[in-house]
Write a new protein. Structure first.
Length: 317
């Protein structure tokens, strides 16, 4: 009888233990440290809705500590501050912010959203098995595709300039892609939004035939200004997101906007529920948009090939 009684008590304790643990976790307020370069921005509605659908509501069971850097060299201190706050997860936007977070902690989970290739950047071991405490969503490297589209639209182009940042990791990839297409590419330094107009002026003065604007996190809030500057310069230019072409740039090609937001939310949810970041594959875009601005093409005296127009998601006339 005593053995039976002991067995019953043991069974109940094994059952009650996990239930009690789950109840304790259910009452916890999880904290996300959000780190980015560029101006502070509210969480996109699609991300908020995706988190809510998964049961995470800011102000209830979720708190977000937002940190943003005006300059890349401010990111390490901000990442260290989030680590000291003992947040449950760090959400980073852009390669510099992600690098700062990975230097600051090897234990707190990090989920990134960035435009570069995280393997080439040394942030993860592979897309399938990132390893360590890092995973996320990455557009990867599609600079060759950008150059191919630009060359198809402007066959005579031989020299292409791009805005280069101090923390840029895309220059080598761009140069490799350019060699395969028999193009010359060169970075012209930009240090902040005030440099965009002077960048295009310098590209024209130095005799470049076209411009490529790569996916850099802090460019995004200023992308309409960059597109307008491209139109003002009268240089054929391609950017990484549709707002660039909509604002006056000749072309844009890149991942369809916002497809990353539900996937980032899903990764965060899995980590909060016990998954290891290093076991979660880095996700990549499945949809891309090509936008052609025929108004800009006409102003530049260019005839866009029909083959390119047929590929376009949007043609601006």
């Amino acid at each position: 009888m005593r053995l039976i009684g002991f067995a019953v008590v043991l069974a109940i304790s094994l059952l009650v233990g996990p239930i009690a643990a789950e109840a304790q976790q259910a009452g916890k307020v999880y904290r996300i440290g959000a780190l980015r370069e560029g101006p502070e921005q509210p969480a996109p509605r699609l991300f908020v809705d995706a988190m809510r659908d998964l049961g995470w509501v800011e102000g209830q069971n979720l708190r977000i500590e937002r940190r943003h850097a005006d300059k890349p060299d401010q990111l390490p201190a901000l990442a260290a501050e989030l680590v000291r706050l003992k947040v449950d997860l760090i959400l980073t936007i852009g390669t510099p912010a992600t690098s700062a977070a990975t230097e600051a902690t090897k234990t707190i989970p990090i989920v990134f959203g960035l435009g570069a290739d995280p393997v080439l950047s040394g942030l993860v071991a592979s897309f399938a098995r990132p390893g360590g405490n890092v995973t996320g969503w990455a557009a990867g490297t599609y600079n060759r595709k950008l150059l191919e589209i630009l060359k198809e639209a402007v066959p005579r182009v031989s020299r292409v300039a791009y805005p280069a940042t101090s923390a840029g990791v895309y220059g080598a990839d761009l140069n490799t892609a350019a060699l395969a297409l028999r193009l010359e590419t060169k970075g012209i330094a930009v240090h902040g939004p005030k440099d965009f107009e002077s960048f295009f002026a310098a590209a024209k003065r130095l005799g470049f035939g076209a411009v490529l604007v790569p996916n850099v996190a802090w460019f995004f809030p200023h992308i309409e200004r960059i597109g307008a500057a491209a139109a003002q310069s009268r240089l054929p230019a391609i950017g990484y997101i549709r707002q660039f072409a909509e604002s006056g740039g000749l072309l844009s090609y890149g991942p369809t906007p916002s497809q990353n937001l539900p996937r980032l939310a899903a990764q965060i949810d899995k980590i909060f529920k016990g998954a290891k970041p290093g076991d979660l594959p880095v996700e990549r875009p499945t949809k891309f948009d090509l936008v052609v601005n025929l108004k800009t093409a006409n102003a530049l005296g260019l005839t866009i090939p029909q083959t390119l127009l047929l590929q376009a998601t949007t043609v601006i006339e």
